[in-house]
Structure formats: C-alpha cells, structure tokens
Design a protein around this ligand. Sequence first.
Ligand SMILES: [Zn+2]
Length: 170
Amino acid sequence: MFSYCPTCTATTIHSENGHRFVCGTCNFEYFHNTASAVAAFIQWEGKLLLTRRARDPGKSQLDLPGGFVDHDESLEQALSREIQEELALKIADWRYFCSRPNTYEYKGVTYKTCDCAFETTLTHKPDMTVAEEEISELIWLVPEDIPLNDIAFPSIRALVEMWIARQQST
Ligand SMILES: [Zn+2]
C-alpha cells in the first residue's frame, strides 16, 4: 500500500500482514485497521429490500443498502444516514442481526471491513427515491426468490443466507 514512508519518505516502510506498517528509518507506525460498515435488512410483508449496484465494485450485482461508518458515528446513525442518502427514507428503529468480515477492493487499496447487519420491519410499502449514482434498481423479494449468486460481496451473501434460513425456520 505504501512505497514511501509518509513521514520521512524513505523506502524502508514495510508490512508483514497488510495491517501494521512500520518504517525502518524513522520508526513511523501505521495500523490499517478494520473499517466498520453497515448493511440494512429492510423487511415488508415477508419481503427483503435488495438494491442493484450502479457502480464498481460489484456493478450491476445485488447488494443491501448500507455503507461505511463515518468518524464519530454509531452503527445505528450510519444506517439511518445511509438509508436517507441512498433511498430518501427515514428509519430510526434498528435491531441488530449479525456481522461478517469482508474484503473491499477500491482503487488498488484493500480494505478489510466488518459488515454489521441490522434489521427493521416496515408496516407499509415505503415511498423511496434512489441515489442513481449508487443504485440502479430496487427489488423486493421473498426468501425463495433471492438469487444468492447475484449478490456482489461474499459477506453480504452470507448475511442474506442467514436471513433466508431464519425466515424459513419460522
Ligand atoms: Zn519513515
């Protein structure tokens, strides 16, 4: 990730695991820590809201609404902000579901994330306006109709698989 130390510009910066970077010249240390990300299970009449991604990574594949957690933000605040930005929908009532590790490649940098899933159940079908630069389509699907192989990220696929298993066991 680094060719030069950001502090002293020496080429002696190295990492053994892609997580901790150390400069052998000036002792600079940087931890490329796991980033928090959130995913929303928005449910209505037994259906799950899926989005189709408008951009890479995973362009034109299915995803859940969500995104990265900003600095100084809780997971719940990140969810509500992302849902407002992506769908123009106001949701504040989130219940924790589960989490999965993920690897996110963007412009040549590998980000390790922990994708945290929360759920909410709507009593009526919501009016939504999508952020077209991020989402090309919104799809409501019952568990048996969700095409798992069409989901962009393995972590999100694993979360949706867990959701389907739970829906089908109740
Ligand atoms: Zn240095």
